[in-house]
Design a protein around this ligand. Structure first.
Ligand code: AHR
Length: 495
């Protein structure tokens, strides 16, 4: 069995882990909203038409910032269509996914869901077919006390208290020609700047996310980000990154090494921010908001063909996908100094950890790494060294067999480690230089019979997290033996 040593020192801190990196994303797409979170006809619906089984399951992930209403959908969405008496709301044709949108779930319903789930609402304003003024009006509707036009409309709709939405995205993937109202970078930057100014003039406490590159493969990658930040630097708080990864060549070790490329994407984006900061001799920093990320490559069915709540993008997740999700989370923790918000795309039915089938519900493999990390998220990320065997990935270069991250909490040390070896168990020594590991407080493992193993409605427990027992503690250090193709999350008591 090959050995890896994780060395750490508690003074080598990267940054506080922002709980907003455990965010989610809910889009009007396929069966995410209708039949996903909102289904008044379901046996599981509560008094507001929200699905209790979906909410109870998602509560285990303890998600934070919830991005809504899109995605591509947001670029054609006019928020006023989704408020007021439900029977008077128009049915409109959604061009992003080619489906009828009945507007039965709008901002007031979304806020109700957020309150029940303890999520922070994160709204994507329409910078495609919408205007800066429409975005400004939406902020007023959500955040001002009654007394002015849009705040009064909210009050008339039965919501006297403001919704208090503090996180807003200035559009979605505006660099992509598939986006409704797509613009060249300087045109988008001016539009975003105008919207940002008015939105912050309505409520100076809001935080804004400007659209960065939607993919590292865009021809405008980095140029777009540079131009957009140069225009909007003083008005925005975050720039967005998106990333969807997959294993189309069926090469598991290569797929598991994609974490190298995620690290690199974050570091490149942070470099553009630093560059503009230096150029402007600015004291402020713009941080990173990874507001769409996940594995997605198997199901590209994206045309709703005029059907309401069609089955779109219903990806089935397996063990290797879950290990890649763990890799995203490890990378986010390792970049806690620059990455402050992240939203797994998405939460139910559409590229999601949870699927519904009529009144039944299925938890997919990718649910578990999110849960295992989310419940151990509080603390400061530590700069660790991972010394051990490596392999050469064809796409992503030299890769350590163990991918890891660490969070130091109060009297606790959380270690997250993936064994990317597809056949061999790995021994991992966790060796802190200046504190002692006293005992294991809790430890979980996610593994499965093979990389393609997946849960299904017929067999729900093929890839599920279990208690991890193979850890021993002595002399202030810990040794764990991690099976091949597994992810472990361990909380140690330390002093
Ligand atoms: O999450 C699905 C889609 O992927 C989103 O609508 C879009 O922003 C991205 O291309």
């Amino acid at each position: 069995m090959e050995r890896t040593v994780i060395n750490l020192h508690t003074r080598f801190k990267i940054g506080k882990v922002d709980e907003k990196i455990f965010g989610g994303f809910l889009e009007h797409l396929g069966r995410a909203v209708y039949e996903g979170v909102y289904d008044p006809k379901s046996r599981n619906a509560d008094e507001d038409g929200l699905r209790k089984d979906v909410m109870e399951t998602l509560k285990q992930l303890d998600m934070t910032a919830m991005r809504w209403p899109g995605g591509n959908f947001a670029s054609g969405y006019h928020w006023l269509d989704g408020v007021g008496p439900k029977e008077k709301r128009p049915v409109v044709k959604d061009l992003a996914w080619q489906t009828p949108e009945p507007n039965q779930f709008g901002i007031d319903e979304f806020i109700k869901l957020c309150r029940k789930m303890r999520w922070y609402p994160m709204i994507t304003a329409n910078m495609g077919t919408g205007t800066p003024e429409e975005a400004r009006n939406w902020v007023e509707y959500c955040n001002l006390p009654s007394g002015t036009k849009y705040a009064d409309i909210r009050t008339a709709n039965g919501n006297k208290e403001p919704h208090n939405v503090k996180l807003w995205c200035l559009g979605n993937e505006m660099d992509g020609e598939w986006q409704l109202g797509h613009l060249p970078p300087d045109h988008y930057a001016i539009k975003a700047q105008q919207a940002a100014k008015m939105m912050k003039d309505v409520d100076k406490e809001i935080e804004l996310v400007v659209c960065g590159s939607s993919s590292i493969f865009m021809p405008t990658y980095m140029d777009w980000d540079y131009i957009v930040l140069d225009y909007t630097w003083d008005l925005v708080d975050y720039i967005s990154l998106h990333r969807y990864v997959g294993n189309p060549n069926n090469d598991t070790p290569d797929f598991l090494a994609v974490t190298n490329s995620i690290n690199r994407q974050i570091e490149e984006m942070a470099s553009v921010c630093r560059f503009i900061q230096a150029k402007k001799k600015s004291k402020k920093m713009v941080y990173l908001c990874f507001d769409e990320w996940n594995v997605w490559y198997k199901n590209h069915e994206s045309n709703g063909k005029g059907k309401f709540a069609p089955h779109l993008l219903e990806e089935i997740y397996n063990l290797e996908d879950a290990l890649v999700v763990a890799g995203f989370l490890n990378s986010f923790i390792r970049h806690s100094d620059v990455l402050k918000v992240a939203n797994i795309a998405q939460i139910v039915n559409v590229i999601a950890p949870v699927l519904t089938k009529e009144d039944d519900i299925l938890v997919q493999s990718i649910f578990y790494p999110f849960e295992m990390v989310s419940k151990r998220r509080s603390g400061v990320s530590l700069r660790i060294s991972v010394d051990g065997p490596t392999y050469e990935s064809q796409s992503y270069g030299q890769t350590t067999l163990i991918d890891a991250s660490a969070i130091l909490g109060t009297g606790k040390l959380h270690i997250f480690a993936t064994n990317r070896n597809i056949t061999e168990k790995a021994e991992v020594l966790i060796s802190p230089a200046d504190i002692e590991i006293l005992s294991v407080e809790s430890a979980d493992i996610l593994t499965g019979p093979n990389p393609k193993a997946a849960n299904s409605f017929e067999n729900k427990n093929v890839v599920v997290s279990k208690k991890f027992k193979d850890t021993s503690v002595s002399d202030g250090k810990a040794v764990c033996k991690i099976p091949p193709l597994s992810f472990v999350a361990i909380t140690f008591n330390v002093q």
